[in-house]
Design a protein around this ligand. Structure first.
Ligand SMILES: NC(=O)c1ccc[n+]([C@@H]2O[C@H](COP(=O)([O-])OP(=O)(O)OC[C@H]3O[C@@H](n4cnc5c(N)ncnc54)[C@H](OP(=O)(O)O)[C@@H]3O)[C@@H](O)[C@H]2O)c1
Length: 295
């Protein structure tokens, strides 16, 4: 689906709220379309395109920041009470703007444990962790805000600078095996490119408020770790059975192993026609590996 005249251009001004790993990748890419992208962090103004937003201490952006904003992307997780930090501090301000689009990065954790079955946007959320209940609450807040929001549910995010390679290098890797356990993942570049694809083609595509962005091949952690060791030319340590490793894991790490699901990208990739750059962990990790060799 090709769009002759780019819908994204210098007339668009994006605010990226919460410019961490995914937000920075998005900001860098969207600027290549000529768009303005201003980015927030909680504590430091990094350059002339950044500003401070911290819902925890009430630091809200200067009203000039909002002048001419057409698009918002929120990458900020729920607060500890399950409230959305952006809506809690800025809802009225956002509602006063003429926004064309608001994107919200959520998680596939809202689907809960499907015991390895595929899950898609038509399945009812069934969160089983408190953090996923908080997330679902934030999704609801966004939907009820009346803003033109589109929610992207994401599995584990990886990319250059944040992948199994860093865990191996920093000796933080734990090689754990659990029978029949799989995880879904997504390369950070595909989050950005899928969103840009949807924005570029919005006049041709049916609008869906909730969209999963995941790669084609959910698989076990061991396969991913083994692949990284192979690329590095190192021997992978002997895996520890989950049952034996469990006690040593932090509660948050344990909770990730309690959920087993395969996240479907059918809506995004078949119905809406997005072509993944990194269809599986092998292609995505190769990119991370080559990138780390350049730096
Ligand atoms: N990481 C994953 O594997 C994963 C998987 C699925 C979904 N998600 C979700 O997807 C979104 C993006 O993920 P990510 O890994 O790219 O995020 P990230 O790197 O952790 O960045 C989160 C951003 O939110 C900002 N932030 C946090 N609390 C805030 C608050 N109370 N007020 C203002 N700003 C606040 C942080 O500010 P500072 O820059 O000052 O730290 C940071 O810029 C997040 O909501 C995340 O929970 C992540």
């Amino acid at each position: 689906m090709k769009n002759p005249a780019s819908l994204l251009n210098s007339k668009n001004k994006f605010l990226i709220l919460g410019c961490g790993f995914s937000g920075s990748f998005f900001a860098k890419t969207i600027r290549q379309f000529g768009c303005t992208a201003l980015t927030s962090s909680r504590s430091a103004i990094k350059d002339h395109n950044s500003f401070i937003f911290n819902s925890e201490n009430g630091k809200v952006p200067n009203k000039k920041i909002f002048d001419g904003v057409t698009h918002i992307l929120s990458c900020i997780p729920p607060d500890k009470n399950g409230k959305d930090p952006v809506l809690g501090s800025l809802k009225n301000k956002l509602k006063s703007l003429s926004l064309e689009w608001v994107g919200y990065l959520s998680t596939t954790g809202v689907y809960g444990n499907t015991k390895g079955d595929w899950v898609s946007e038509i399945d009812q959320p069934n969160p089983c962790q408190n953090r996923s209940l908080r997330r679902l609450n934030c999704e609801k807040e966004w939907i009820e805000s009346g803003l033109p929001v589109q929610i992207f549910r994401l599995p584990g995010i990886y990319g250059p600078g944040r992948s199994t390679f860093e865990a191996i290098r920093n000796k933080k890797i734990r090689v754990i095996s659990k029978k029949n356990q799989v995880f879904s993942r997504i390369h950070v570049a595909d989050i950005t490119n899928a969103i840009i694809y949807l924005l570029q083609n919005k006049n041709y595509l049916k609008f869906h408020q909730i969209i999963n962005i995941a790669d084609d091949e959910p698989c076990s952690q061991i396969e991913v770790i083994q692949y990284c060791y192979d690329l590095l030319g190192l021997k992978m340590p002997k895996p520890i059975l989950f049952e034996n490793a469990k006690e040593e894991l932090s509660p948050i790490a344990q909770s990730f192993w309690m959920e087993n699901r395969r996240v479907s990208n059918q809506l995004l990739c078949e119905t809406l026609g997005y072509k993944l750059i990194y269809k599986n962990y092998k292609i995505g990790l190769k990119n991370c590996y080559l990138n780390s060799k350049k730096n």
